[in-house]
Design a protein. Sequence first.
Length: 279
Amino acid sequence: MSSSEGYLLNAIQTPGPLLPVYRSISQGSETKSHIKSDTQIDSGLDSILDGLRLLRMIGKEEEAYYAREYEWDVGDERWNFRLTVLHNLAQECQSNDWGKQAAVLLNYKFLLDKDIQHFENNEEPIYTDIDDWYAEINYRPQSQQGLIMHNDNKFANWTRLVHFLGLVHKVSGREHTVYPDPALIRYSLDLAAEDSAINIDGTPGIVIEQYLRWLRENLLYVETTSDGAIPEGIARVLFELIRDDEIRIVEYGDAGAVTLGGIPPYDGIDSQANAIKLI
């Protein structure tokens, strides 16, 4: 990974302006002065532009910025933007060749895998453990000064970014809870089921192993736990969608059963469930 490329956890401190600046560029603003005039955003504009480039949302040819297209259109601009950002970040998460910006989704995977349901955005023991885990998986982000490690500022910047993307939720002060927005998971199921093109009892569906693979390739780095369960942070959202009568967890074909971490038996979850049926 290049040591000359910037690092997202340094570049983006306030993610709120990302979408307005991206929208301005997509509508034809090509220079910083044009963007500033169109958005009325001046303070921090350089950081926002750098962040959009590191998120692979915009590019620059000579002095002209241009916007890259959304990966999907789900009928909601805010989610089009979020889903495309997550898709671009997922391309950084290749275990044999980590991209420099893989930290965003790797940090989230660590919290899911360790079942850390609450954290504070300056919680040093957590980000120190994450740095140790990085070494184990051979993810070694570099700057021109050497190996990049977390500190309070980087972890706070990461928290603000994943809050913006709908992956964590602020409780109060520095405290956050760890689970993806149910809308994100529902959109991901719709998109994944469309790609899988299977039919379960007359409605679209997808085998859970295929869904998790689709998530890793497209949105989130999610793997089953050591005992073959969906991590609890994801499972809780799927359970919420079951209770809202949006999905069922069913048995389909001969794939092995996959359980929902931390979720008790419930009407709408087959005992040997291995697939998700959309309703």
